[in-house]
Design a protein around this ligand. Structure first.
Ligand code: FAD
Length: 279
């Protein structure tokens, strides 16, 4: 199918892009287009205007600092994945990004666009939530920082206003004594996960002081469950908060089974990772 007609603007400054969004209620941001263009072609979205942000300056960075990794709105998944410094500061980025789609899509799709798209079947919204990161947002009304815990409103729905552009995502670095792991089951590598599970574990000596799991494709919104008090049965606790559903790819029962298989495995791997980093 072909999209419904829309106006197209390719501004060269952030101010111009923000003014266009503020002036047109039905406008949408176009970043990598890897999710939006299929939606347009299937007529599941019909914006009156596309504001293409690809010509905006200074948004392509993958910047590593002491506190973590800052990813600009025009940094492609492939660029984040290729950054050895980013992987060193926060290993979960590379672990999860290698499962995001295929190289051609990662070459164009942006990590920030994936987060704003807020798909509970996507890896990076869950990763941002598990790491307790945030998104910096700009509009003609000013700038604000949205913590990941306040970013996801519903299926494919973020809390950003129609006039806002996410300019950067912040992924905190991995603290000393912490470890991470990620595994997913997909029909083919790079397909959307039937189920994906990430773990973030904090340790002091031999003791696990905090353990959290993030889930892909088993809820309507990116979901994180604290399993610090359920280290012997993380899946049982998680399944009380998750909502595995039937679709054409898998049954709810199979998804729950995968949660039971992956949750303890990933928790153990993150605990080993934390201990190996401790020395
Ligand atoms: P776009 O498609 O341009 O935009 C997506 C949405 O976000 C739109 O609503 C747009 O208005 C909004 N938006 C984008 N950027 C901004 C911004 N900076 N500020 C405000 N709003 C913004 N993803 C996965 O996570 N895992 C997968 O396994 C996976 N497999 C895929 C397989 C295929 C065949 C395809 C086509 C895509 C797949 N994707 C997958 C999606 C891919 O990761 C996209 O890159 C990502 O979802 C969206 O990024 P984008 O830059 O292409 O955003």
């Amino acid at each position: 199918m072909k999209p419904a007609p829309f106006a197209y603007l390719r501004p060269s400054t952030l101010e111009e892009a923000l003014a266009a969004l503020a002036g047109e209620q039905g406008a949408k941001v176009l970043a990598g287009g890897q999710s939006l263009v299929p939606l347009l072609n299937m007529r599941l979205a019909a914006p009156s205007m596309l504001v293409d942000i690809n010509a905006l300056p200074d948004l392509g960075h993958v910047r590593v600092a002491e506190d973590g990794v800052r990813v600009g709105a025009l940094a492609r998944h492939a660029e984040v994945l290729a950054s050895a410094e980013a992987a060193h500061a926060q290993p979960l980025l590379g672990m999860a990004l290698s499962h995001v789609a295929h190289p051609t899509i990662r070459n164009r799709g942006t990590t920030v666009g994936s987060i704003v798209h807020a798909d509970a079947a996507a890896e990076m919204p869950m990763v941002l939530r598990l790491l307790e990161g945030s998104v910096d947002v700009a509009s003609v009304r000013g700038r604000r920082t949205v913590p990941a815990a306040e970013l996801f409103a519903g299926p494919l729905e973020s809390t950003l206003g129609h006039d806002e552009i996410a300019v950067q995502a912040f992924f905190p670095g991995l603290a000393p004594g912490a470890g991470v792991a990620f595994q997913e089951i997909a029909r083919r590598h790079g397909d959307y996960a039937l189920v994906g599970v990430a773990a973030h574990v904090e340790t002091e000596g031999d003791a696990v002081t905090r353990a959290r799991l993030g889930f892909v494709s088993v809820s309507d919104v990116p979901t994180v469950v604290d399993v610090t008090d359920a280290l012997d049965d993380p899946a049982g606790t998680a399944l009380t908060e998750l909502e595995p559903a039937d679709d054409i790819h898998a049954t709810a029962a199979y998804r729950a089974h995968l949660v039971r298989v992956l949750a303890p495995r990933v928790l153990a791997a993150a605990t080993d990772h934390a201990r190996s980093r401790a020395g």
